[in-house]
Design a protein around this ligand. Sequence first.
Ligand code: NAP
Length: 572
Amino acid sequence: MAESVESALDDARAAKDAGADIVEFRVDRLFDPGDETGGELSVKRVERLCRETPLPCIVTCRPVSEGGEYDGEEAARIALFERLGALAGSSPKGAAGAPRFLDVELETYTRSANVRQKIHLAVANPGQLRDLETSLILSFHDFQGRPSDLMRKVARMRAEPASPDGAVAVHKIAYRGRSVRDNLELFDLLLERDRPTIALAMGEEGLLSRVLAPKFGGFLTFASLRPQEATAPGQPTVEELLSIYRFREIGPATRVYGVVGWPVAQSLSPLVQNAGFRTRDERGAPLHDGAYIPLPVPPEWEHFKATMLAFLDHPRLDFCGASVTIPHKEHALRLARDERWEIEPLASRIGAANTIAVEREPASGSNGSGASGGSSPRRVRVMNTDAPAVAMCLERAMRGIKGRRIALLGAGGVAAAAATALVDEGATVVIHNRTLARAEALASRVRDAMTEGAKALGGKVVAAAWEKRCGSCCEAFINCTPLGMRGGGAENESPLPEGELEHAAPGTVVMDTVYNPPRTPLILSALKNNLPTVDGVSMFAAQAEAQFRAWTGRAAPVGLFERLVRERLAKS
Ligand code: NAP
C-alpha cells in the first residue's frame, strides 16, 4: 500500500533488489481527489510512480466497496484511469510512463458502457487508436470467503473478449481460503483458463495457491516486501517466496509436499525440506523437484480425512507426501487403516504416524495448458520418523542403548515413539508422567506391542510416578513434555526438579525433544553439571532427514537441516 511516492518508489527498488519482476502500486491512500488542488496533486503523484518505477507496474486503486481503502468519488477514480491512459499516450512507444497493467474490478468494468469506454481509453484494446502498452487486469476479490456465485462471476469475466480482440488481457480471481482445499478449485480455474489468469486464495490457508501458481500456469503471484505489509493476509514475502519456496524452479512437474497440522505457520519444516530439494546434485540439478508448504488443517478428524483424500485424488496436484504433526498423527494412522494404505509396523505399534509418502503413476502427458497430464496414487505409506530419530540421537550420545536404563519424562505422542524405539534396541524404559494412569497405559501398550526381537534383546518398559523421577535413577533422561518450550507457557520450567542433576552419575545423557529454544532449562542444567546433552534440534533434523529420504529416495545433504534450524532459532 503506497503511503507516499518516495516510500513507494523506495519499496519498489527494494522489491527489485529482492528479485521481483513487477510491482503493484496500491494507490488507495495516495490518490485523494479531495486534496487542496482538487485532486491534481494526487494524480501527479500516481503519474510520478508510473514514470519513475524501477520495475513494470500494476496500478490499483481499490475502493472500500471492494475491500480497498479508497473512499473518494467513483468518478474521480475513473478519471484517474483516464489520466493514466493519457500519460501513456504522451510517451513514445517503449518509454516508461504508463503502467504495464491497470487493475479494474469486474463490478466497475461492467457497471455501464460509459465507465467501460473510459477504462478503454487507458488500456490497449481493438478500438484504441494509440499504441498503448497498458493492459487491463479484470479482477474480483472476496475477503470473507469463496463467493457463492463464484462460477457465475468467472463466466461473466470469460464473457469479456480477451485481448488482442478485446480489452481484457488478464483475469484475477482472489478470495479468502476457508480451508486449504479451496486452493484446489483455484488450480482448476487456472487449468481451464482462457487467457492469462491470476487465481489466489487469501489467508494462511491460501499460501499453497500463491506458491504453486507457476505449476498451474498462473500469470503471476503476489508477495509482500515485509511480513507486516502484506496487502492481503497470508501473502508470503518476496524473500520467502524466492529463497524458501524455490519459486523460480516450480513448474508443471513439481511434486507437492506439506506439513499438516494445527497450527503450522511457525513450522521450520518448510525451511529445511525446501532447502534439501534445492540443493544441487553432482550434475548441478536440484536434488528433487518438489515444493513443501505449510498446510493448516483444523484439529477434527473429518477435516484431516477430507483434506488428505482431496489432495491425493487431485489429478494435477502431484501430492507426494506430508509431514504430519499435532494434532493429526493418530489421524494419519486411522486414515491409513481406513484406506488400506501401507503402514510401517513401527508406526502401527506406536499408534501414530508423522509421515505420509505417496508414489504416483507416471503423468499421462501434457494437456496443452502447461500442466502435467495428471497422475493417480500408486502406493501410499505412512510411517513414524520420530521414533528412529530419538533412538539414533541417543545411540550416538550413549554409544549403545541395549541394557541401559532410560527415563522418559512425559507419556504423550513423542514418549510413545521414544519408548517403542528404545525397547526395540533392548533398553529398559521408565516412563514418568504427571498423570500416572497415562504412563501406565503407555507402558502396557508398548509392552503388548513388543516384537520378539525386542524381547530377545532384553527390552523392558515400566511406568513410575512423576514424583519418583530423580537425577540418579537412570543413565539417560528424555524430556517428552512441552516444559521449556518457547511460547508454551512453561518456558522457564524443567521436567526435572532444580538441582536434581547434581546427583547424576558422570556421563548421564540428558536429551530434550523441545527444540525451541535449543537450550532449554533442562539442557542448561545438564551443561552446568557437565553432562552430555542432545537437544531437540538434533532430533528434529533427524526425523526430517528420514522424511526427506522417504519422499525422494535420496539422503538429505549432511548437516544442512540441523544448521538451518540452529541459524533460524538463533535469530528468533
Ligand atoms: P503430548 O502428546 O501432548 O504429550 C505431552 C506430555 O507432556 C503429556 O505426557 C503431559 O502429561 C506432559 N505435560 C504437559 N504439560 C506438563 C506439565 N506442565 N508438567 C508435567 N508434564 C506435562 O505432546 P507430544 O506430541 O508428545 O510432544 C511433546 C513435546 O515434544 C512437544 O512439546 C515438542 O516440543 C516435542 N517434540 C519435538 C519433536 C522434535 O522433532 N524435536 C517432535 C515432536 C515433538 P499429562 O499426560 O499429564 O497431560
